[in-house]
Write a protein that binds this ligand. Structure first.
Ligand SMILES: Cc1cc2nc3c(=O)[nH]c(=O)nc-3n(C[C@H](O)[C@H](O)[C@H](O)COP(=O)(O)OP(=O)(O)OC[C@H]3O[C@@H](n4cnc5c(N)ncnc54)[C@H](O)[C@@H]3O)c2cc1C
Ligand code: FES
Length: 353
């Protein structure tokens, strides 16, 4: 990491709050804080028809990341700090490269892709995520990606290439159109260089030869499939379809969804949610994920991935029945911890929020 961003942690001064310190120190240098990780945007380049790669310089409080992990990025959009997760590639110069697909109507992705200024500073969370490589990869890997789900795969492939591609790896990468594919030259160069790496670029709306979607894809090498560790990443519908397609056929299947699943409205009506710490009582739709339901009422719980992965939105549930939006399971035990992004209210709730 560049020495320009190193700042000595000052001795603790009892009357000096962290917020006060950070307020003044960031006026001297935008990345100087007592403890908080921050990152500054230093460059942005186009990665595909609808995606941009942003190079970020983190400050010294960022603890680094393993290939395949994610970070939460806090971005000010319309005057409000809004957090989303991204899957960086760690660059040799200590910076992080995130590639962001601009989602139609998406708040943070469009800000990052089109509006964020060079020099803008973002809040940065520590890395999280289990889709990482073992210290000595020994098992064949099948990587399945759709859309922006290719970003952790790129980091994993760079890591494997650095080790001389020690195992057989295949990447199947879906997009609608060729112009929406990211990192094509880099992936192609890796495939040319490493016979152990197989690449299939699959465009489902190719006018000449549309590729089958994952649910109808012919996985030709069935014998090898049985020994493969599969990693799948992309929108919720894609990872669900991939899992169904390969169920029982592969050694292991691990996935991370980048977008929330479509909820089937099985529960109707509304419930009362009492927030003990803020002293508010709200009416929210029964069956709706609690995080967006509370946000719609003007409450801003801490959040990150919005997909149940990073634990940022965990709060105490004092009482009430909740339903997990991914598994459909109900939980009625009192005094437990609750992830607001992947739970809905089934009955009235009391939360420590
Ligand atoms: C662990 C993790 C890692 C991620 N890594 C990356 C990454 O490296 N690059 C990247 O571009 N995105 C990544 N994402 C998605 C990212 O966090 C945001 O969800 C995405 O940028 C959209 O945010 P937004 O504020 O623009 O959209 P919002 O305003 O939150 O949502 C707008 C609409 O778009 C839908 N939506 C949100 N995300 C997606 C998506 N990925 N595909 C399709 N529809 C979506 C929402 O359901 C909503 O209907 C990751 C998500 C997770 C959970
Ligand atoms: S916001 Fe990440 S687990 Fe809920």
């Amino acid at each position: 990491m560049s020495t320009a961003y190193r700042n000595a942690t000052p001795p603790p001064i009892p009357w000096l709050s962290e917020g006060f310190f950070d307020f003044w120190s960031t006026r001297v240098h935008p990345l100087w804080t007592l403890r908080r990780p921050l990152a500054r945007l230093v460059a942005r380049t186009r990665a595909s028809a609808d995606a941009f790669t942003l190079e970020l310089q983190p400050n010294r409080h960022f603890g680094g990341l393993a290939a395949g992990q994610h970070v939460n990025l806090g971005v000010e959009v319309e005057g409000r700090l809004t957090t989303r997760s991204y899957s960086p590639t760690a660059l040799p110069n200590g910076r992080l490269a995130i590639t962001v697909k601009a989602i139609a109507g998406g708040k943070v992705s469009n800000h990052l892709a089109h509006q964020a200024r060079i020099g803008e500073v973002f809040a940065l969370g520590q890395a999280f995520g289990e889709m990482v490589l073992p210290a000595q990869p020994a098992q064949r890997l099948l990587l399945l990606a759709a859309g922006s789900g290719v970003t952790p795969m790129r980091a994993l492939l760079r890591e494997l290439a650095g080790q001389g591609m020690p195992v057989k790896v295949d990447l199947l990468y879906w997009a609608r159109h060729r112009l929406e594919l990211c990192f094509v030259d880099e992936l192609q160069a890796l495939a040319d260089h490493h016979p152990a790496f197989g690449l299939q670029l699959l465009t489902t709306r190719d006018p000449a030869q549309p590729a089958a979607r994952v649910d109808a894809h012919e996985f030709s090498d069935v014998a090898l499939l049985e020994t493969a560790r599969v990693l799948a990443c992309g929108p919720a519908g894609f990872v669900q379809a991939a899992q169904q397609r390969l169920q029982g056929q592969v050694a292991s299947f691990q996935s991370e969804a980048f977008s929330p699943p479509q909820l089937h409205a099985q529960e109707q009506g509304s419930v009362q949610v009492q927030l003990l710490n803020s002293g508010r009582t709200l009416i929210v739709p029964r069956g709706a994920a609690l995080l967006p339901a509370l946000e719609a009422e003007g409450i801003q719980p801490a959040s990150g991935c919005r997909m149940g992965i990073c634990n940022t939105c965990v709060c105490g549930k004092v009482s009430g029945v909740t339903r997990h939006t991914l598994t459909g399971d109900y939980a009625d035990e009192p005094s437990t911890l609750l992830k607001l992004c992947v739970n809905s209210a089934s009955t009235d709730l009391v939360l420590e929020l």
